[in-house]
Structure formats: C-alpha cells, structure tokens
Design a protein around this ligand. Structure first.
Ligand code: FES
Ligand code: FES
Length: 153
C-alpha cells in the first residue's frame, strides 16, 4: 500500500493506505481519533463532519487519493489549552446531546455557521444545520445552543 501524508489536528501523519480508503476510516480506525462518527458512509447524515482547511468536509466520502497533502481538523482540536470552544460550552450549558452520536458533526457545522454569520436567525440555523441529522431529535436544543454561543441565548 502507498504511504500517504496529510495533516490532522496540526500534526502531520504518514500512513499506508489504499488510494480509495476513506479518510474517515483512517482517522477513526487507524489513528484512533473517534470524534467524527460513522453514520451513513455516503456523505448524507453529517455524523463525520470535520474541516478540510477551513471548510466543512465529510471524511466518509474523501478517498485518500484526495486527502494526501490536505489539512484536517476534527472536534478533538476545537478546545484550546483545555478551554472549550464557545459552541462546545453552549452545547453543555443547553444540555443538547441525547445519545450523542450526531453531536460532533452538529458542533463542527455550527462553528462554521457562526464564523460566517455571528447572529443567525432561526431560519439561518435551520438552513445551515439541515444536512446534519439527529435521530434523537435534539434540533430544538441545538438551535438554543447556537443562539447561546452567538450571545443571544
Ligand atoms: S458518515 Fe459521513 S456523512 Fe454520514
Ligand atoms: S443525539 Fe442521538 S442522534 Fe443526535
């Protein structure tokens, strides 16, 4: 298998992988970074949502041939010096998670929403979060947490 190098949470890694191995498999199973979850595996549910460069990405549909040389961030890198990101703190304050399976992807998506729109309306939130599915139905608390993180909670 070829060696492929990419950056994950600020650390360069080189790993042997087939070119069509999905990045999510390498992140979770080979590197032990388990924040991004495997939900659908086809880029639909949002459970694996992370950042590539500064943008949202779904690593379940990123083959290693595309991941090589790129830079990725998972929820593990959101907190800085053990201080939670404001969105993570808002999630705790609003007690958002139920089973928790979708929540890392939800938080990563919410972080990007607030970066481009620091004061989102309910409609803005619903639109931005509409491709992240929560089988437990925590959407109401997700909305409250995003408003809290925006300073409107
Ligand atoms: S597991 Fe990646 S979007 Fe569903
Ligand atoms: S909290 Fe269970 S799937 Fe979202």
């Amino acid at each position: 298998m070829p060696d492929i190098t990419f950056d994950i949470n600020g650390t360069p890694v080189t790993i042997d992988a087939e070119n069509d191995d999905a990045l999510l498999y390498l992140i979770r199973d080979r590197l032990g970074i388990t924040g991004p979850k495997y939900g659908c595996g086809v880029g639909v549910c949002g459970a694996c949502t992370s950042f590539q460069g500064g943008e949202l990405v779904r690593p379940c549909i990123v083959p290693m041939s595309e991941a090589a040389g790129q830079s990725y961030t998972t929820i593990e890198a959101l907190a800085v010096d053990d201080v939670l990101h404001p969105v993570q703190q808002a999630w705790i304050d609003e007690d958002v998670a139920q089973c928790g399976y979708c929540q890392a992807g939800q938080i990563m998506t919410a972080v990007k929403l607030l970066e481009r729109n620091p004061n989102p309306s309910d409609d803005d939130i619903d639109e931005a979060m509409s491709d992240n599915y929560c089988r437990c139905g925590t959407y109401h608390r997700i909305r409250k947490a995003i408003k809290r993180a925006a300073g409107n909670g």
